[in-house]
Design a binder for this molecule. Structure first.
Ligand code: GCB
Length: 621
């Protein structure tokens, strides 16, 4: 005990508490939402965190903004207070909620009160954040629960039982979205740095020993066509407990299949392996999900899970043993008509509904993990998903601490969504410049993703190498990834769209080849001849030429595309006063949701591919 105490001192109490393992599927457990109206204080100078010597304030400091600090007499000097005058909605970025926040990057303190949720004597309560951009310090009743970095992944802290009061628990979160050279993403991105508690907050009530994580998927090793023939599938996964509890019985049920199984946990993590009969597989555009229940003691967790196998065979991507072409589109997590981050199910319905209208069977959720509604809805709609961590452009590849930060975001992304059949690709980054350090950094992430999850493909969006008049796809990172994904803007950043007619392509890898980005800017409603930049006609022409190039000049390993991008999105880098006004205009939908001409070109291409595939499938026995 003494040793543990010393360790706590050395590491700092906060560091230890910050290690709380992520609880998967909080919605499938007892939970109480803390969404709603919170108070805020904008704190540009971080006065609530540092004293006048710029030292971190002591816990009990009256000037610390985590303390409620009510005046005891009228003579007390008090210089901060949370007030109804400054209210803000959670979840939601702060930028769109008040004009003063539009370009704000820095610290904002959030505060609200809550009562103890209904719970049994042996229960514990966790405070769960679906995402806070970027750095969060969380305090309850004047005590620090922990901190977290990374703007797009969830985290949670256990609330010590003696800290939770019956009523009026005073919860404060310091949120800071300042960009830094040694963070992920780093200083430079082509998207808006929306700040705030951008996703849901909830209390999750669990028994003292509980299932923290679990996974079920089709075993990767089975020959899927053989399994389909025999109608017997091998399923594997694991169940992880919050603490070792040898001998605990865990029940797994899939009611629709009348399947029940009890396993005995031998340590904190136990492997599962069993066969399922009469299983309908999750198919792209024909989703099938099963309610799966996990029971340990008094807690039953329920989640809808689909089963499918995705693999690469030579130059092909196969889903459930059948070759598939990915008709994709890239998406930012933004609702353009309201200039804000997307966060709820209605938002997900809009974005994925738009993708569906375009004829997609796949979406690339760029450039960071999107909120959980997106992957849940994709699961239901049968839309395949590429999910990515924001290792974007030139981050600090030499710095081992930066690698750790990237690893953490990767782990959190996988932990949250590993039961989503829709997610077929984990991407470890976008357009990272070739160098020895970056390839070591990125291949480390590829290997890590593969080790923790063998049921998906691992990718990274690469850049074109130009050499002797040819376009080369030969980035050394391609040797590590399962598919070779490339961003190319031929006809926008170089040349005119008809440059596609003579472009030569050489792909150095015998792997599926995927265009993860291509696109051109157009202001919706601006019409001119096709040579005029930013006109809908230019963008339309760009898509026509690109598609001709794909069809006529691309290697036979061409396996799909996710052009840039579904809808116009905000970017501080786009400053043209007539066409951009802080919008990246490469959307197929404009900022008001209007379809541009290029939308119909891509839609027609996707329809043609689908019709071709449907006809070929009809011919198969
Ligand atoms: C890219 C980036 C993407 C940008 C896009 C553009 O290659 O991956 O984040 O927004 O180009 O519009 O230039």
């Amino acid at each position: 005990m003494k040793k543990l105490f010393l360790l706590l001192i050395v590491l700092g109490w906060n560091t230890v508490l910050a290690q709380d393992e992520l609880i998967s599927n909080p919605d499938g457990r007892r939970n109480v939402s803390l969404n709603g109206t919170w108070h805020y204080i904008i704190d540009t100078y971080e006065t609530g965190f540092y004293d006048y010597r710029f030292r971190e304030r002591k816990e009990s400091d009256n000037g610390a903004y985590w303390n409620e600090n009510l005046p005891k007499s009228k003579s007390d000097l008090i210089e901060h207070r949370y007030s109804d005058k400054s209210s803000i909605k959670v979840p939601g970025d702060w930028n769109h909620q008040d004009r003063q926040f539009l370009h704000y990057e820095g610290t904002v303190w959030y505060q609200r009160k809550f009562d103890r949720p209904k719970m049994n004597q042996d229960d514990d309560v966790y405070l769960y954040f679906a995402a806070v951009n970027y750095e969060a310090h969380v305090y309850l009743n004047g005590k620090k629960l922990g901190s977290h970095k990374g703007g797009f992944t969830p985290f949670n802290f256990k609330i010590p039982a003696n800290l939770l009061k019956e009523t009026d628990n005073f919860l404060v979160v310091k949120v800071d979205n300042k960009r830094h050279a040694d963070e992920i993403p780093t200083l430079n991105t082509d998207w808006w740095n929306y700040g705030g508690i951008t996703r849901e907050v909830k209390l999750v009530i669990v028994p003292r020993t509980f299932i923290s994580q679990y996974n079920l998927a089709l075993s990767q090793k089975q020959d899927i066509l053989g399994s389909i023939k025999k109608n017997t599938f091998s399923v594997s996964g694991f169940v992880k407990l919050s603490q070792a509890s040898a001998g605990s019985k865990i029940r797994i049920e899939i009611p629709e299949l009348k399947f029940k199984k009890e396993i005995t946990a031998d340590s904190d993590s136990t492997n599962i392996e069993f066969n399922l009969k009469n299983l309908k597989l999750w198919q792209p555009e024909k989703a099938k999900l099963y309610e799966v229940r996990f029971t340990l003691g008094s807690e039953t967790i329920s989640e809808k899970i689909g089963f499918r196998k995705v693999e690469v065979q030579g130059k092909k991507i196969l889903v459930n043993g059948r070759q598939i072409f990915l008709r994709g589109i890239s998406i930012h997590e933004e609702i353009p008509q309201e200039i804000r981050r997307a966060h709820d199910m209605a938002d997900a319905k809009q974005l994925l509904g738009w993708a569906k209208e375009l004829g997609c069977n796949m979406v690339r959720l760029a450039h960071y993990p999107h909120n959980e509604n997106m992957t849940k809805l994709a699961d239901e709609m049968g839309l395949m998903v590429w999910s990515e961590i924001p290792v974007y452009w030139t981050i600090d590849f030499k710095n081992p601490e930066v690698l750790q930060k990237a690893q953490k975001q990767l782990d959190e992304m996988i932990a949250r969504d590993r039961n989503r059949a829709a997610v077929i690709i984990w991407s470890v980054g976008n357009e990272t410049p070739v160098s020895e350090n970056r390839t070591a950094f990125m291949s480390n992430l590829v290997k890590r993703a593969k080790t923790s999850d063998d049921t998906r493909l691992i990718a990274a969006a690469l850049e074109v190498g130009y050499n002797k008049g040819k376009n080369h796809v030969d980035d050394p990172l391609g040797a590590f990834t399962d598919i070779v994904a490339l961003n190319e803007y031929l006809g926008w950043y170089s040349g005119l769209p008809d440059a596609c007619r003579t472009a030569e392509w050489e792909v150095a890898y015998d792997k599926p080849f995927f265009i993860s980005e291509t696109g051109a800017g157009a202001l919706a409603g601006f019409h001119a001849d096709k040579l005029t930049r930013f006109s809908e006609e230019y963008q339309e022409w760009f898509y026509e030429e690109q598609i001709k190039m794909f069809e006529e000049r691309f290697p036979d390993s061409f396996s799909g595309l996710s052009p840039w991008i579904l809808a116009d999105f905000r970017s501080p880098k786009r400053n043209h006063p007539d066409y951009q006004e802080l919008w990246n205009r490469k959307g197929l939908y404009g900022e008001k949701g209007q379809k541009k001409k290029a939308f119909y070109v891509l839609q027609a291409y996707y329809k043609k591919i689908k019709d071709r595939e449907d006809a070929a499938n009809r011919r198969k026995p």
